[in-house]
Design a protein around this ligand. Structure first.
Ligand SMILES: CSCC[C@H](NC=O)C(=O)N[C@@H](Cc1ccccc1)C(=O)O
Length: 868
């Protein structure tokens, strides 16, 4: 392995003079806050091999380190001096018994290190960079190697190899900032997720960066450490304690949860929360119900759990009913063994009714807050000022629950529960759906997001605010719905999440994430002037997402289609955002050299202009294999529309298109009208027009790319999941000669049969332009609209071979949608192959399933691109 290695530093108690010599030689400051002197050296001190002439560590000729940052001229001078002096130091030469360091990752890293951040970053950079370069060098673009006979040049081994290279790129999942006692010293704890195809799972690992905010430098960075069983890990406001919720299998193999309290040096206690039998499972950070928060006084932890269910027993269970068992007996429900508990749909099947719980850290006792109305499932709870109560979101679950995943419009309220007075009040307006309540650092202001409580499953949000003490005087929108926006203007707030800490220290500015065209942007909102300003921490990355805020410090995840995620730390100056300071925590992650990408703007042709909303432009992201037009051979094209339809391809690093493009395909991700980030009119424009407007937007985007000569119009395939699969199956029905192959993951194929089976019935009504209410019945007129919008309508035209990928546990688009389509294709003599994944639900995102689906799709495309 090329690159940097780390070796142990000589220990003062073993060889004081060598230690002292090395300390001086490596040229670190010996005074000031970050002084490096002999007394700082301990068993965890390492030195990077780049500190030695030759860059490979101590040699007989150059046994001692030199400062890391030396110019070539300085290095030559050092060598000359050394030659003149000859080797007269008397020091022992390199001791081969130096203990080896951790090399689990194929390169050697140190735990607490004496090295420059750049050194470590270079080693990672090299590792990933070499891997990818090697992949292209050794395998070429599998498809492009011989574009006339691609089926011969591509083997699954080649694709597997390419797949493996991409699994080396971790994705950041969260980060939190903590200030040490010395306020300039900041630590950033980051969590990452990485595919491990051999273990068939995603592994999580943590890395901690220690920064000197005043000097804007990274002081040290821990090696990655795998952390797989933490459900929550949250620091107390002072940073003195941590509450960790851990899941662990018991001897029977059942998942158990334990709540642990840690101080700076040790675990203080473990509470077997399930053993207390107060509630069901504590809910994780699921983006819907879950929250886990210390009280300001640090005496309590607030969390959300599934409600305890009464024990059900059979009618024939003949336990004697005695005095001593009376109270227990009352808790059991005879004949309820098979009672149906409705859940919250796709991927939220463990939640039915939730409860708010408070754990007393001192005593380890748990109280379930009882005053939440019966028809409400609470979640996203935060402590109210003075810890006197809690503020939470309550979703109304009567008359029945509609799936919550990817659906922001579910009827809900912001509630305040005064714990002492046991009094509950509604804060938000009626007729709305609300999310993410957040108090300002001075506890004066409360903000949250709201949308209509009906209509499309995602849309433009309002940012609402009230002054807490005067909350009864009303709420004001800080950001309102934006119907349409000109180029570069703010298109409205479109977001799936708001960081737990979202305010800057002045309690005036908020930092939020939003989709802005085909991009994820971080914006600073001034709640007084209502201005919205984008902050772009790094011009080298296209998309950014704020992960945590502390004071005026922010940590932001950055990436681009061809750049793996990395972190940037920033110190914002709210009055002059342009002078904010940025610091890259990881060295620039590898730019994937096998492809390039660009944004393409589209204006619908005059026949496609919306009758009500007029001209609405849209965009797409085109990935192009590098060198694909060499010798005039154009790459085949994968048209890849997103699902939703109210979602967006935001230009952050995306695994699937990256693998496709690395394998030699041009990939076109289309943000057709109806996507997030282009104003509310764009969202509304598609309602009643799915299967038509969106289909034409995608087809014409592909036409434009082909007309520009960027891809081969005779080699076009299409793929997509869910609504993207709906578009793929529509496209092959409406343009039977255009596509050589199609791949659809859990596609919506027939709305008339899906309306009774999906967890989000409302979607079917809304998207065909009908109003949904819980008691609406489908009649012949509505059914015919649904039929007209369905891909099965054009089944007779389909000629394109179809690969179906089906999660048998999908609640969103039930497998019957794919299987119904499969039967029709079979009956009509169209080549079809169907992969069913027994334990998968809608996204097919389990590592093994994702890999199987991805590789099969590439092989399917290659097979049918050549068999004409
Ligand atoms: C009744 S199925 C509707 C299709 C589904 N829409 C919402 O869930 C869909 O297309 N799902 C997308 C997931 C998604 C949806 C919204 C935003 C981001 C992702 C898919 O599986 O790709």
């Amino acid at each position: 392995m090329q690159g940097v290695e780390f070796i142990y530093f000589p220990q003062p108690n073993v060889d004081y003079s060598k230690c002292e010599k090395w300390v001086t030689a490596c040229g670190r400051p010996t005074t000031g806050k970050h002084a490096f002197v002999v007394k700082n050296v301990n068993r965890n001190t390492y030195i990077c091999t780049k500190h030695f002439v030759g860059g490979k560590g101590p040699t007989a000729e150059y046994p001692d380190p030199i400062p890391a940052v030396v110019s070539n001229a300085e290095l030559e001078a050092f060598k000359r001096r050394k030659r003149r002096k000859s080797s007269s130091s008397g020091d022992s030469t390199f001791d081969s018994s130096v203990p080896t360091t951790d090399n689990r990752y194929g390169y050697i890293v140190a735990k607490a290190a004496l090295y420059s951040e750049a050194d470590l970053d270079k080693s990672i950079h090299n590792m990933v960079g070499h891997a990818l370069t090697k992949a292209v060098e050794e395998t070429g673009h599998p498809y492009l190697e011989d574009s006339n006979t691609p089926h011969r040049s591509v083997s699954y081994e080649t694709i597997v190899e390419a797949y493996r290279y991409f699994t080396q790129l971790p994705e950041v999942t969260s980060a939190s900032i903590r200030a040490e006692e010395n306020e300039n010293i900041i630590s950033v704890q980051s969590m990452w997720s990485q595919r491990d195809i051999d273990r068939k799972e995603k592994t999580s690992f943590g890395r901690t960066y220690v920064l000197d905010a005043a000097k804007n430098v990274v002081v040290s960075c821990s090696s990655p450490q795998e952390i797989n069983n933490q459900v929550w890990n949250v620091a107390s406001p002072s940073g003195k304690y941590r509450a960790i919720l851990r899941k662990q299998k018991d001897k029977k193999g059942d998942d158990k949860q334990y709540l642990e309290i840690w101080n700076a040096v040790q675990k203080v206690k473990t509470i077997n929360v399930e053993g207390l039998e107060k509630h069901g499972k504590i809910i994780s950070d699921d983006g819907h119900f879950g929250s886990f928060q210390w009280s300001r006084a640090e005496g309590h932890v607030l969390y959300v759990a599934e409600k305890k269910r009464p024990k059900a027993s059979s009618f024939f269970d003949s336990k004697p009913f005695s005095e001593s068992t009376e109270s227990k007996e009352k808790e059991t429900a005879r004949g309820d063994e098979f009672l149906y508990y409705q859940n919250w749909g796709e991927q939220i099947t463990e939640q039915s009714s939730t409860v708010l719980c408070v754990m007393d850290v001192e005593t380890g006792t748990v109280s379930v807050l009882e005053s939440v109305p019966e028809n409400v499932s609470p979640g996203q709870a935060v402590w109210a000022p003075d810890d006197a109560g809690v503020v939470f979101i309550g979703w109304i679950h009567e008359p029945y629950r509609l799936g919550l995943k990817h659906c922001v419009q579910r009827r809900s309220f912001v509630y305040h529960l005064d714990i002492q007075k046991n009094k509950i009040e509604k804060i938000s307006e009626d007729g709305r759906a609300v999310r993410f309540p957040r108090f300002s650092p001075d506890d004066r202001w409360l903000v949250y997001l709201d949308t209509l409580d009906s209509g499309p499953h995602n849309m433009c949000s309002r940012l609402m605010m009230c002054e807490w003490e005067r909350r009864h005087d009303g709420l004001k929108p800080i950001l309102d719905i934006v119907n349409s926006a000109k180029e570069e203007e703010f298109p409205g707030l479109f977001t799936w999440s708001v960081p737990v800490h979202t305010w800057l220290s002045d309690s005036i500015h908020l930092v939020l994430n939003t989709f802005w065209g085909s991009r994820s942007e971080v914006v600073v909102v001034n709640t007084q002037t209502k201005s919205v300003v984008r902050v772009r921490p790094d011009l080298a990355s296209w998309s950014s997402t704020v992960l945590d805020i502390h004071g005026n410090h922010v940590v932001i995840g950055c990436s681009s289609p061809n750049q793996a995620p990395y972190l940037i730390f920033g110190t914002l100056v709210p009055s002059d955002l342009g002078s904010s300071q940025w610091l890259r925590l990881d060295n620039k992650s590898e730019v994937i050299t096998s492809f390039e990408w660009q944004i393409i703007q589209h204006s619908p042709s005059s026949d496609r202009v919306h009758p009500k909303y007029g001209n609405l432009d849209y965009e797409s992201i085109l990935y192009l294999p590098k060198g694909s037009s060499v010798n005039g051979s154009k790459p085949p094209l994968i048209l890849f529309p997103h699902g939703g339809p109210h979602s967006v391809c935001d230009g952050s690093f995306a695994f699937q298109p990256a693998v496709y493009c690395h394998c030699g395909f041009a990939v076109l991700l289309v943000n057709f009208r109806g996507s997030l980030g282009f104003g509310q009119d764009s969202i509304l424009s598609i309602l009643g027009r799915i299967g038509d407007q969106d289909v034409k937007d995608c087809k014409s985007a592909a036409d434009e790319v082909i007309e520009k000569g960027l891809a081969d119009g005779t080699k076009v395939v299409v793929c997509g999941g869910s609504h993207g699969g709906f578009l793929a199956t529509h496209l092959i029905g409406q343009y039977p000669d255009y596509f050589k192959a199609a791949c659809a993951r859990n596609p919506v194929t027939n709305l008339t049969s899906m309306v009774g089976t999906t967890d989000i019935i409302s979607w079917v009504f809304t998207e065909v332009g009908e109003t949904f209410s819980y008691d609406t019945q489908v009649d012949a007129t509505i059914l015919s609209k649904m039929w007209d919008a369905s891909p099965v309508r054009c089944i007779k035209q389909v000629k394109t071979p179809v690969l179906l990928q089906v999660g048998l546990k999908d609640l969103r688009v039930p497998p019957s949608q794919s299987l119904e389509y499969w039967k029709m294709l079979k009956a009509n003599g169209v080549p079809v192959r169907c992969l069913t994944y027994p334990d998968s639900n809608h996204p097919l995102s389990e590592v093994e399933v994702e890999a199987d689906g991805l590789i099969n799709s590439i092989l399917w495309f290659c097979q049918h691109l050549t068999s004409q």
